[in-house]
Design a protein around this ligand. Sequence first.
Ligand code: MN
Length: 364
Amino acid sequence: MELLTIGTFARASRLSPKALRLYDELDLLPPARVDPDTGYRYYALAQLERARLVAWLRRLGMPLAKIRAVCALDAADAAREIRAYWARVEAETAVRRDLAAFLVEELTGESRGRHTMLELRYAARSDRGHVRPANQDTVYAGRRLLAVADGCGPAGAPASHAAVAALRFLDEAEEPAAGDVLNLLEEAVHGANEAVKDLARAGDGDGEESGTTLTALLWTGSKLALVHIGDSRAYLLRDGGLFRITHDHSVVQSLIDEGRLTEEEAESHPQRALLLKALGASGAPAVPDLRVREARDGDRYLVCSDGLTRVVPDALIRELLAAGSDPEAVAGSLIAAANAAGGPDNVSCVVADVVAARPSVPVG
Ligand code: MN
């Protein structure tokens, strides 16, 4: 077997000797032979293929632990893992792209003075449905804050209630400066998470965990800041088109993203209720998605729990949102549609229209 020195092997593989030593320590690419006297590392020509794969995966930004796992697979499985990894990177990048655009706008003042005075007209409705013994959803709609939380577990109802309660102060506060709004929301969600965790700790701890989703929109006067964790959803109806503006933090959604499951297969997946992230959940920190959206006169927003989206297809949601002029009536028709489809879960809807502000009437 022809052995190469670490210098020759480094040149051939385009990895630095320093990187090669690190990969040896991590058991990612151990040399074929280590001289027991000098400690010099020697590599076999056949190891070049693995070294090149490692180098390319590093260029993709893949963490070393993940690379080690990929290198242990056969080619077909490795290809699937790389595809899955890249799908996750793209999903994360989409959220960061929005944030970057928002920051550029803030710093350059591009968004200032472009708006007529806008305000929200809103309605919130929640229903137990036809099957569940109690309603564990909590909804809220006010002049600044729109929120839906879907509790699960034995303390699901108090959990969803606590999450929304922790955000309520945002509705009563002064109009937040657009630049502060994400920090405000992040802190509020942190408070909500602590409140839900306290509840879970106070429970009798029979093993089943309690937690809640939280999807909320905060109005700044021209923008809507979105905070989202779990599988409740927010949609925007604009110019007749329906856009989903949240990404489910669910196991099936991640399988769809990674190309392992089709949308159709997901509908009947036995684990479709399993969440990747929720407030109050133990283990991984509950990091929410945060983004800011420019609002337009005529926009209609929907925030809803999965009790709607599991049984009412997007096409019908679009139709019902486009049909009514009054948010209250539209929220009612969405709830009725979920119940007409069997009402298997609690269902909650907040409908909010962005409209030109009515001029304030002088008092006296
Ligand atoms: Mn639900």
